[in-house]
Design a protein around this ligand. Sequence first.
Ligand SMILES: *[C@@H]1O[C@H](CO)[C@@H](O)[C@H](O)[C@H]1NC(C)=O
Ligand SMILES: *[C@@H]1O[C@H](CO)[C@@H](O)[C@H](O)[C@H]1NC(C)=O
Ligand SMILES: *[C@@H]1O[C@H](CO)[C@@H](O)[C@H](O)[C@H]1NC(C)=O
Ligand SMILES: *[C@@H]1O[C@H](CO)[C@@H](O)[C@H](O)[C@H]1NC(C)=O
Ligand SMILES: *[C@@H]1O[C@H](CO)[C@@H](O)[C@H](O)[C@H]1NC(C)=O
Ligand SMILES: *[C@@H]1O[C@H](CO)[C@@H](O)[C@H](O)[C@H]1NC(C)=O
Ligand SMILES: *[C@@H]1O[C@H](CO)[C@@H](O)[C@H](O)[C@H]1NC(C)=O
Ligand SMILES: *[C@@H]1O[C@H](CO)[C@@H](O)[C@H](O)[C@H]1NC(C)=O
Ligand SMILES: *[C@@H]1O[C@H](CO)[C@@H](O)[C@H](O)[C@H]1NC(C)=O
Length: 754
Amino acid sequence: MASVRQLQYFLFLILISPLPTAFTAVTLKNSLPGCPAKCGNITVPYPFGMGAGCFREGFNVTCNESTVPPRAFLSPYSNKFYDVQLMDINITSAEARAKNKNIGYTCYNATNRIGIMTLYFHKAFLFSFRRNIFIAIGCNALAYIAMNDEFYKLGCISNCKLKNSTTGDGGSCNGLGCCQTAIPAGISEYIVDWGNMHNLAWWFNPCNYAMLVEDGWYEFHVRDLNGLDFYERNKNGVPVVLEWAIRDNGTCQDGVEKSPKAACLSNHSFCYNTRNGEGYLCQCIQGYEGNPYLPDGCIDIDECKSLDKYPCSANAICINTDGNFTCSCVKGTYGNPYVEDGNCIKKPEKFPYRLAIGLAVGLGVGTGFSTFLLYFAIRKRIKLLENSKKENMKQKFFNQNKGFLLQQRIASDEDATQRLRIYRLDELETATNRFDKALILGQGGHGEVYKGILSDQRVVAIKKSKIADQAEIDQFINEVVILSQVNHRNVVKLYGCCLEAEVPLLVYEFISNGTLFDHLHAEPCSLTWRHRLRIMLEAARAIAYLHSSASISVFHRDVKSSNILLDSYFTPKISDFGASRCVQLDQTGITTGIQGTFGYLDPEYYYTGRLTPKSDVYSFGVILAELLTREKPNSVLFEGGNLVVYFTSAMRENRLFEILDPQVALNEDQRTELKAVANLADMCMRMKGEERPTMKEVEIRLEVLWQSSHNHEHPFTSQNLVKRKLMHPDITGGDDTIRPYSFEQEVSPSNFSQ
Ligand SMILES: *[C@@H]1O[C@H](CO)[C@@H](O)[C@H](O)[C@H]1NC(C)=O
Ligand SMILES: *[C@@H]1O[C@H](CO)[C@@H](O)[C@H](O)[C@H]1NC(C)=O
Ligand SMILES: *[C@@H]1O[C@H](CO)[C@@H](O)[C@H](O)[C@H]1NC(C)=O
Ligand SMILES: *[C@@H]1O[C@H](CO)[C@@H](O)[C@H](O)[C@H]1NC(C)=O
Ligand SMILES: *[C@@H]1O[C@H](CO)[C@@H](O)[C@H](O)[C@H]1NC(C)=O
Ligand SMILES: *[C@@H]1O[C@H](CO)[C@@H](O)[C@H](O)[C@H]1NC(C)=O
Ligand SMILES: *[C@@H]1O[C@H](CO)[C@@H](O)[C@H](O)[C@H]1NC(C)=O
Ligand SMILES: *[C@@H]1O[C@H](CO)[C@@H](O)[C@H](O)[C@H]1NC(C)=O
Ligand SMILES: *[C@@H]1O[C@H](CO)[C@@H](O)[C@H](O)[C@H]1NC(C)=O
């Protein structure tokens, strides 16, 4: 299901997504009309500007185009010593990065020192106290930063006896060769000062440096203690982050933004006070973006075209509105269209009703119908269809649907004759109130599943498929007949079918509690570890039984969590044998068209087309991983990897406990069980089929694990297990290791059927 939803989302995105050109058509205004927007590759947004009439007072930028690339400078009138070169300007964060040439240094010989002191100043700008630090480099350095007329003074000390007594080479500024300190808010200028002492380390570290610099830029290196190298390398400036603001008198509370000189000119903008110094800033209100300092600068964000994330549920429709957006589920789906996943789905499925064809076809895999079914448990003798002669149409459909063939085939099989029932159309019409739409449990491209109540009060699920291709009907007959021999408590029962309608109708046992997938991926997940362990065990039993215990071997081919139904005691029931194939026991493998569901599909089968029971083992391994992590197998979890890649690489790197569902990983007692199941999942998901265990081996391992973990009786423990334990008191299991394969012999095959 989820795979289909993803595909739908994908197609949906393709349909609704604008082409990149359409997206760039909405260009944000950044400068006043007629004013240059860029200096080289640096965007100069208003209130900054170049040329008369293009900037707000205090934000004059000049562009020197005689260099390559051109360089932008803050106008020098407000700078006492030299131009401040800008590296970038950010309107949203009200920051600008500039080159700081004010690197203080002082150098020594045995007797004297030669130092410099400089000043860095601009009245409309303050140094960001959040994003800059003051650092000093040297082995006997006491450096001060004196700020705003030396009212503030702070500094740090760095020492090291020898170069090799530093410990931070390659990064850490830790006081040995390099020290650092944070600065307070409100600083617009500083000078570097040095302690009044001689540098005792002059003989190996003649020069000390100190500067204000963007936090994270500097990495300490021992080589920076040599000569004047550091200064020579950085004399064109080190990055420093400036915070700018509209520093007219007043704050937002004073109503400055409404004054004639107000800066927040755009509709959909608001004023806020700067956190560094006095002054205010402007911002677009939520749902708008752009430049709030320009009239009409704030532009509605088209959230629906967001390239990061589609804001609605996968198959919901997004409509952009002024300053917001709305989501609505597409026709025929229900849920909260604003929530990312698990919403806007077809009516909750009570019954396996697969749309797997969608993705498979999309992949060129050709999945086919998972709609068809399976395996019949017949209760009554076949009734001959007395009415059919009267009603020509019914008879026609009956023939078309190979009703007689089926009758013959079933009649030749004593067992089946006792279990399978062929229903008349009118019986099923009565049961479903003439296929009342209100009784639909699930529906999709292949038809509908109705809830029905038979005349004997039995609640059933009736699948009405849309398939009417003759070849498919032949297949259906074949499978129904063969699978009618399968009888297992963990496989959904097919009570019978009706062949008088245009398409075959299938009548199943009604399973009340949804799919394993629904439970597992619901928030919060109601399945405890013990539930999960038991579900794994019983599902493994059913699949192992299908592989080897039935008189013919049945390969399910579409094992996945959404094909495991749960009843009200969380007893799993394997369903949806539409893709399944029966194989004579002496056959080791058959070559078929590829069917299955993305995320669970055995890669070896996918590439070779050769179907073996190990394909189901692979899919089952994926379910184990899914139960352990609660990650969806068909979603991309990281860097293009799906659950299998994610899981197996975590196993290889010994990071299992990082990826487990926290709901189960937290319990210390379960660690050995978790590890054992994870190992088992890993083995099942091996790339080569022959390296995977058989389903029977998987079953035995889970059985042993369940028994050993299980001294305290669980309320949902099946009686079957208790019985088995009594019969085999020696099956107690190890503590954290799993029994070897040879253990299999201890469990006689007769224990596996009921
Ligand atoms: C501008 O170009 C220079 C050199 O090509 C580059 O280092 C710098 O990061 C660019 N700046 C911006 C804001 O793109
Ligand atoms: C532009 O830069 C060049 C090279 O640094 C310099 O010689 C020139 O004076 C600058 N022009 C202006 C107008 O500052
Ligand atoms: C902006 O700065 C440039 C360069 O310093 C200067 O020539 C110009 O007069 C300034 N413009 C205004 C309006 O102050
Ligand atoms: C500007 O700053 C905001 C907020 O810190 C940040 O999200 C955005 O990426 C920055 N823009 C650029 C171009 O760096
Ligand atoms: C140290 O430098 C000073 C000033 O440059 C110079 O007068 C003095 O001779 C130098 N001392 C030594 C030992 O080199
Ligand atoms: C540091 O260097 C000195 C001389 O170069 C040497 O004697 C000393 O053993 C070195 N110390 C370490 C810890 O390497
Ligand atoms: C701020 O107020 C001072 C004194 O009240 C005044 O001299 C100055 O011109 C005002 N500045 C602005 C930008 O309004
Ligand atoms: C901005 O708001 C004003 C007053 O509310 C209105 O007259 C004007 O049309 C608005 N401009 C835009 C572009 O919405
Ligand atoms: C956008 O719409 C949602 C739901 O309709 C509402 O909760 C939210 O507050 C709105 N956001 C804005 C910025 O108006």
